[in-house]
Design a protein around this ligand. Structure first.
Ligand SMILES: Nc1ccn([C@@H]2O[C@H](COP(=O)(O)OP(=O)(O)OP(=O)(O)O)[C@@H](O)[C@H]2O)c(=O)n1
Ligand SMILES: [Mg+2]
Length: 454
């Protein structure tokens, strides 16, 4: 058992100095929020839509946002009984009216449509929602958010710095963000951890002993069982797990990050050095040293949002690995990388080639009809090297259909079950590149990814 040192006060202050919004930054945000709120109200009046309330939610409204991030979440709420269609058309009409003052506007879609705008440099989501009586009566996932605000705001008061430290610490460990790309911890989750454990330090200490099955239920009101690695029962909705999007590996990466940090509490756990992109010469050296086979399936990046793209990429990664295994290749590791123009699914194999000969085992000799049929089919047939009996069974040494992994993928990748957008892009064309061939991909971000890969 490790003994852990205390986290020096000096270190926390040094971190906060870099991540805590300054007073002018706060004032600016507040002004922008007020401007937006009044623009929503004016827009509703102008459109003759009554009974609309505007609410600021998310970390910007709770004082738990990291300096330098410019996200504002504006919720436009309609009475519960408003028909969904009407909510969408009226909500979007108001949002579009507000967007007339914005630098940029873009339609987005979660469970229902919302508008993302850039307003005076701030990244603002204008989200229509239902004003339901309680979070367990929501009609759409976003309806919960105002309840989160009501729960968190009074309880996190005075603990905002602790939340900031935890968010930055999770960023440093690569586990912050509940998008489907990251599958890590959400902002709301970090706030609940601080409310539950009382401080950043307590949270980090507690997490060192977490195991899958860990459950935190602040309100003691859990109604159903969950099978995710970590369950944080939503204090505003007894049936929801706030950590539902967290993957087992991100959960464990966080535990590891906490343990390493407490052995050596240093700034680098909050601000890790940015990894340098791998140079061509380094790629070649590493390939030479590893002596495995690297394969990359490269195709044009589908034009869809990350929350749609990444689940499909993860599915493709699994499907490609399963195909290779089915044909006797040993896959050591898989990964995905996606850039603006190209996307790559990476596979590292023990070897990308297999012998031409393949051992094909048949039925036991005493299972007469089957055994005779089997023997008849293979004995002396084209491409059969030989046959013998082993452990009572006929064995023939036959020609392997796919002696190279590259050939297998080129021929059979399209038979894998792929997500819609990925399937479309892959069917328009893909390339399998091998070993030093990956030097063709020059994207800096890809080269940074490769540094972590090999
Ligand atoms: N997976 C998610 C994402 C968001 N939310 C809700 O939507 C709000 C705004 O989402 P987001 O901006 O992603 O998170 P923040 O809490 O604002 O954190 P950050 O500082 O990272 O912006 C959250 O506070 C939370 O109430 C949620 O319940 N579950
Ligand atoms: Mg936010």
């Amino acid at each position: 058992m490790e003994t852990y040192t205390d986290i020096p006060e000096k270190l926390k202050l040094a971190v906060l100095e870099r991540i805590k919004p300054t007073e002018p930054e706060r004032e600016k945000l507040l002004t922008i929020q007020e401007e937006l709120a009044s623009k929503v109200k004016t827009a509703a009046e102008r459109l003759g839509i009554s009974d609309v309330l505007v609410r600021m939610v998310g970390s910007a409204a709770r004082g738990t946002w990291l300096s330098g991030t410019h996200d504002i979440d504006v919720f436009i709420s309609f009475p519960e009984e408003t028909p969904r269609e009407k909510l969408e058309t009226m909500g979007m009409a108001i949002a579009r009216e507000v967007a007339k003052h914005a630098e940029h506007a873009e339609d987005r879609h979660a469970e229902h449509p919302y508008l993302n705008i850039i307003y005076k440099g701030f990244d603002v989501d204008l989200v229509p929602c239902f004003r339901v009586a309680s979070a367990s009566r929501i009609k759409s996932a976003v309806d919960r958010t105002p309840f989160h605000n009501d729960f968190v705001k009074p309880r996190v008061k005075g603990l905002e710095d602790e939340v900031l430290l935890l968010k930055q610490f999770m960023r440093g460990g690569g586990v912050y963000g509940s998008e489907l790309k990251t599958q890590g911890f959400s902002g709301y989750f970090t706030e609940l951890l601080i409310i539950h454990y009382g401080s950043f330090e307590n949270t980090v200490h507690a997490a060192c002993s977490w195991k899958p099955g860990q459950k935190i239920d602040i309100m003691q009101h859990s109604e159903i069982e969950h099978d995710e690695p970590l369950v944080m029962v939503d204090p505003t909705d007894p049936r929801r797990n706030v950590a539902a999007a967290l993957s087992l590996d991100k959960f464990c990466m966080f535990i590891d990050h906490c343990r390493e940090f407490l052995k050596n509490p240093e700034l680098r756990f909050f601000f890790p050095a940015a990894p340098l992109p791998l140079k061509d010469s380094e790629i070649r050296e590493k390939l030479e040293a590893r002596k495995s086979t690297q394969l990359a399936i490269v195709f044009k990046t589908p034009d869809v949002v990350e929350d749609v793209l990444y689940p499909q990429l993860y599915k493709m990664e699994q499907a490609a690995a399963a195909l290779l295994k089915e044909y006797d290749f040993t896959v050591m590791k898989t990964g995905v990388w996606s850039g603006k123009s190209e996307t790559a699914v990476l596979l590292e194999l023990i070897s990308g080639t297999l012998p031409n000969v393949k051992k094909h085992i048949g039925p036991p000799v005493w299972v007469k009809t089957h055994a005779e049929k089997f023997k008849e089919k293979y004995k002396g047939a084209d491409g059969v090297f030989g046959g013998y009996i082993e452990n009572g069974k006929y064995v023939f040494e036959i020609q392997r259909k796919y002696p190279t992994a590259k050939g297998l993928l080129e021929e059979r990748l399209m038979t894998c079950s792929l997500g819609k957008s990925v399937c479309k892009s892959v069917s328009e064309g893909f390339e399998i590149i091998e070993d030093a061939g990956i030097c063709r991909l020059k994207d800096t971000d890809f080269r940074v990814f490769l540094r972590g890969w090999m």
